[in-house]
Write a protein that binds this ligand. Sequence first.
Ligand code: ZN
Length: 143
Amino acid sequence: MPYTKPLPKIRPYTKEFWEAAKQGELLIQHCKDCDKNIFYPREVCPKCQSTHLEYIKSGGRGRLFSFSLVEKGAPPDFKEDQPYVICLVNMYEKVRIGSMLVGYDDYAALKLGQEVEVVFDPVTDDIHLPKFKPVGSDFSFKK
Ligand SMILES: [Zn+2]
């Protein structure tokens, strides 16, 4: 089945990000002028408006800042995925990433502050979406 959900557009300044994702590496941006780390990828630093941004490798781990089970009311493109869990992850590189949580055994056992790690969902040849799973989960997306 072809992937029918909305996809990110690959732009000149996000090409490196999506190429790394295909290799299973999460990149975040770092501003060379104000030293702030940035996520999601942008052309301009949201703190100081500098364009001197570089990609750095993330360790891929962080802690659950928030999460929620979506059982009803998902946007039309995501209805078939219900129930699913959306999450906000505080990465150790001090950026917050909004994504989906996968590979957990029991929703009721999830805890704020729980350590999670990135796992890439290869939804198309070009786009491997970063999602998160509890550290220790052996879950992976099949290619
Ligand atoms: Zn900056």
